[in-house]
Design a protein around this ligand. Structure first.
Ligand SMILES: [Zn+2]
Length: 271
């Protein structure tokens, strides 16, 4: 999520335009200072609550120091357009991935959800309707998480241990609630920017840019992709399916050249 404090700076500058009476200057300067600090603090809070790698609000599963490991994770499904085609690609490469499902789509497309689970992929909770949780009351958040778990339990007959907050939005009490519900929060350190119309080339490029950065840092890569859309379902995700196919082939070949076996894992291996 992009973060910029340029807005705070311009507000401060506008408020510091000279005023004629000394008292008003002081008062204005103090008010401007407090205002700017509040804006900066709010910006920092939002940044820490949205940045996928920030640990400010407590520990989440991101990626350990194992650069030969890759976790492919797919959010916002099950999707009526491309989830089944994605399952075919993953099966062809014998890769186990993680799917963070939206509860209302599990209810809407139970057969597709069952296909994901039957293929052996790890299932996670991505709330019932995908709201941004950052500023919502705790009872609303608990309802969102529990409704999604109930949908998954009803349709798939399994308990869920993994949670990913929509847009990565979180705060300390949300992470504590997730723990109390017997789950762990999973974030990411690579993104395909595939939630909008794009191409497989662009998705692959975005993911690999993060992959190389993670390699430099000696970190595993935890890739966020989308097999559907939180808004519209069905939604075209053919770019994600094609990029997944290419990325798996790229990683297998790349690590093989270095004499290392690339391991595709799920957050279970990292918790
Ligand atoms: Zn999502």
């Amino acid at each position: 999520m992009p973060h910029s404090d340029s807005h705070s700076t311009s507000t401060e500058q506008q408020n510091e335009k000279p005023l004629k009476k000394q008292g008003r200057v002081r008062g204005g300067a103090i008010a401007a200072g407090v205002g700017a600090a509040a804006i900066l603090a709010a910006g920092g809070y939002a940044y820490a609550g949205m940045s996928p790698s920030s640990q400010f609000f407590g520990a989440c599963v991101v990626a350990p120091d194992r650069p030969d490991e890759i976790a492919l994770t797919y959010d916002d499904g099950p999707g009526a357009s491309d989830t089944l085609r994605l399952l075919d690609v993953l099966a062809r490469h014998d890769v186990r991935a993680t799917f963070f499902l939206i509860g209302r789509f599990v209810r809407q497309y139970p057969q597709i959800a069952r296909s994901v689970a039957a293929a052996g992929h790890l299932i996670g909770n991505h709330t019932m309707t995908h709201p941004l949780l950052l500023a919502r009351p705790l009872n609303f958040i608990e309802q969102q998480i529990c409704d999604c778990n109930a949908a998954i339990e009803d349709v798939l007959g399994m308990e869920v241990r993994w949670f990913r907050p929509p847009h990565g939005g979180r705060r300390r009490v949300i992470l504590r609630l997730v723990e109390e519900l017997g789950m762990q929060t999973v974030l990411w350190n690579a993104m395909g920017y595939d939630w909008k119309p794009t191409t497989a080339d662009a998705v692959e490029r975005h993911v690999l840019r993060s992959f190389w950065r993670n390699q430099l840092r000696g970190r595993a890569t935890n890739v966020l992709l989308h097999d559907s859309s939180q808004m519209d379902n069905p939604q075209d995700r053919s770019h994600t399916v094609a990029a997944t196919d290419r990325l798996i082939q790229f990683w297998r070949a790349h690590f093989q050249e270095s004499g290392v076996t690339c391991r595709f894992v799920t957050p279970e291996a990292w918790a």
